[in-house]
Each structure stands twice: as C-alpha cells, then as structure tokens.
Design a protein around this ligand. Structure first.
Ligand code: ATP
Length: 369
C-alpha cells in the first residue's frame, strides 16, 4: 500500500469547462479518504485522474512517492470499483476474481491462494463456483470488491460503489468495506454524494463544490468547525439551519436581530463580529438541529427564546425531528423523545446562541462559531 499526493491538479475538458481546480492533498498510507460533494462537483473526474483514465491539465499526481502523470492506468497499481460493477456473466465468482491476476500472468497456485484469501475476507467462500446471475446485488458488489482486493493494489479507487444497493444492504456493505479497509490497512479514495456515507467511512473527508476543495478534515472537524456556509450546510443530517440576521451593537456585545427577535451574544462570541466591522450588516447565522431546547425545556421569559409554530414532528428511528417556523422561516430541531403538541400549535424554542455559526454574507466564510 502507499500514500498519494496531488499537487495543484486541475482538469479542463476540451470544451473549456474547468471541472477540477487546483486540487491539493497529501494522503497518508492506509487512510480512507472520501471525496464528497453534490452532483457535478468534480469528484469522479478527480478519481479518474488518479486512475489515469483522464489526462490532467495541470499539476502532479504521485503514488507511493512516484510521479504518475504519464504512467498508464494498468501500470499505476490502482484498482477501481465502480457503481456499475460489471462482472463477467459467463465466469464464476472464482473466475471473475482470478481474471485480473491471470491477465498479469500470475502462477496458478498463487492466483488460487489470493482468490481464496480474498473470498475469506469478503465472506464469499460458499459462492466461489456460483455464476453472477445467481447472486444478490450485495454479493455481486462484494465480488467486484474482491476483484480489486486480490490485486493488492497500492490504492483502491471507489466511485459510489454502494449506490445501486438498497438501504439495508448499503449499510451492511458499508460496514464490510470499513472492516476490510481496516484489516488490509489499504489506502482508499472513495467518492460519494451522500454525506452520511462520507461521515461513516472517511478517516478524512474532502468536501468539494464547483470543482474546488472547500475543506479537508475528519468527520468531527467538518461537523464542528466548518470553514464556510457550504460545508456547514453539506455535513450533518438534518442539515444545519441557516438564516439571515442583522447585527446590532450593544456596548461590548453584538445583538442578532431577525424579525421581532433579538438575541444577545456573549462578549467572547461578539468580538469577531464587532472587530470585523459587521455591526449594522446582515450576516448568515447557522444552528445545528441539536442546539435548540423546545417547549417546557425552554423557560418562559428566558433570554433568547422565541415563539414558533409547529409544522410537523417526524420520528426517524428512535429520534424525533421537529419542523417549525419562526416568522415564516422554516427550522428543524432534533428533539429527544418529542412533544405532545400538534401542527399549528405555538411553542417556545430556545436556540443555544453559544453554538451559533456565523458566516460572512459575501464570502460565505465562517466569522465565528
Ligand atoms: P456525480 O456525483 O453526479 O457523479 P461528480 O462530482 O462526480 O458528479 P464529475 O463526473 O467529476 O462530477 O463531473 C464534473 C463536471 O465536469 C460536471 O459538470 C460534468 O458535466 C463535467 N464533465 C464531465 N466530463 C466531461 C467531458 N468529457 N466534457 C465536458 N465536461 C465534462
């Protein structure tokens, strides 16, 4: 296994479209890196450049310390697993997994050892003589992973490998992938649009938008310290609530005003706003769904509590999400065991102002959190 380094890598297509701009990352040997972002942000193009399936317009890619810009795909020692895991339909599971090794002229016994080792790892041993048509989607996907694993490549490249699977199978296969990666200590670059999947799998996540890296960090870092409004809105489910507020100054404190509501921040939280010249300006405020107290937990008269109108309460597993409006702006709160009130009822909600994320309206960069 080996690390990967990308230095100022850019890709413009023949029509002039810049799909990836100045991509920089140092991936350690054995890291599970997830490229995450909305459709069209350049994730697959980045992966294809690492694989050598797409020429790069500028920059350098190094695998295991060796520059591979001009090295052909087959000589890069990478293995890809795609969303459409095309297995050879006329070959058994065993033959499918052995095929790549045969093409590399590996001796028969070694091939056998490798295939059986990978089959054990992926719990495919009972299926080795099955044809692909006899397998479930999840099993087929495991064979596709097995085909990549037997090659023991320096780097695994995976492009939405689980997106064809149903929910339960996706979760199960996701856990399997993580287990295998930890067991093999392999370097993985994994593409997904799904931030939950990214959070579950990545030792670090690269959040991309419009061909640019927005932020690279551990799931925890991205959740707690997003560098801008895009990352704040992308990471987390349900999403962070984002709404406009106007900043007023009251001596050494900033007061956030929206509609009739006024929330005074602590001096510490106010400082970056007041020092940054935001008094009198409208900025973007963000609050995570878990940072509200609702109804009875929110004392009457408590500073910063606001009146809200309930829209709907939704049970997701053992969690309750409360959707409500304040001045016609929609919010969502994670709300423990839920409340007895009904849609249309008025309740008090208390946002925890110490947990506000505040963003510059023009650059969208974080001012303070
Ligand atoms: P998805 O999650 O939908 O797969 P992605 O983030 O992987 O999206 P890419 O497939 O990398 O996105 O595409 C990035 C952008 O480059 C898209 O806007 C796409 O339309 C554009 N693009 C891809 N291939 C070409 C091409 N050959 N010529 C011109 N533009 C292209």
């Amino acid at each position: 296994m080996a690390g990967l380094s990308m230095k100022n890598v850019s890709k413009s297509f023949a029509n002039g479209f810049a799909a990836v701009k100045e991509f920089n990352i140092e991936v350690e040997d054995g890291e599970f890196i997830v490229l995450a972002g909305p459709s069209g942000c350049g994730k697959s193009t980045t992966l294809r450049m690492i694989a050598g399936l797409e020429d790069i317009t500028a920059g350098e890619i190094l695998i295991g310390g060796h520059k591979v810009n001009d090295v052909e795909t087959k000589d890069r020692d990478v293995a890809m697993v795609f969303q459409n895991y095309a297995l050879y339909p006329d070959m058994t599971v065993y033959e499918n997994m052995a095929f790549g090794l045969k093409m590399r002229h590996m001796p028969e016994e070694k091939i056998d050892r490798e295939v059986r080792w990978a089959a054990r790892l992926l719990h495919l041993e009972p299926l080795l003589d099955h044809m692909p048509r006899m397998l479930s989607d999840g099993q087929r996907q495991r064979v596709a992973v097995g085909r990549a694993v037997v090659r023991r490549p320096k780097v695994f490249l995976m492009d939405e490998p689980l997106s064809n699977l149903d929910e339960e199978l996706r979760l199960q296969t996701r856990r399997e992938l993580k287990r295998i990666q930890e067991e093999l200590k392999s370097t993985v670059i994994y593409v997904t649009q799904d931030q939950t999947e990214a959070m579950a799998l990545g030792s670090r996540i690269v959040v991309m938008n419009d061909g640019e890296i927005q932020q690279i960090g551990t799931p925890e870092e991205l959740y707690r310290n997003p560098c801008n409004k895009f990352v704040a809105g992308f990471i987390g489910s349900p999403r962070m609530n984002l709404f406009d507020v106007t900043v007023e100054q009251d001596k050494t404190c900033a007061v956030l005003v929206f509609g009739e509501h006024r929330i005074t921040l602590t001096e510490e939280k106010s400082a970056p706003l007041l020092n940054g010249g935001y008094a009198g300006k409208t900025i973007v405020c963000g609050i995570r769904p878990e940072d509200f107290r609702i109804g009875k937990a929110c004392k009457i008269g408590e500073g910063g509590s606001v009146e809200a109108v309930i829209q709907v309460q939704e049970a997701v597993g053992d969690e309750m999400f409360l959707y409500f409006q304040v001045d016609e702006i929609g919010f969502v709160a994670r709300n423990g065991k839920g409340i007895d009130d009904h849609p249309g009822d008025r309740i008090r909600v208390c946002p925890d102002a110490s947990r506000f994320y505040l963003f510059d309206p023009a650059t969208e960069r974080i001012i303070t959190n």
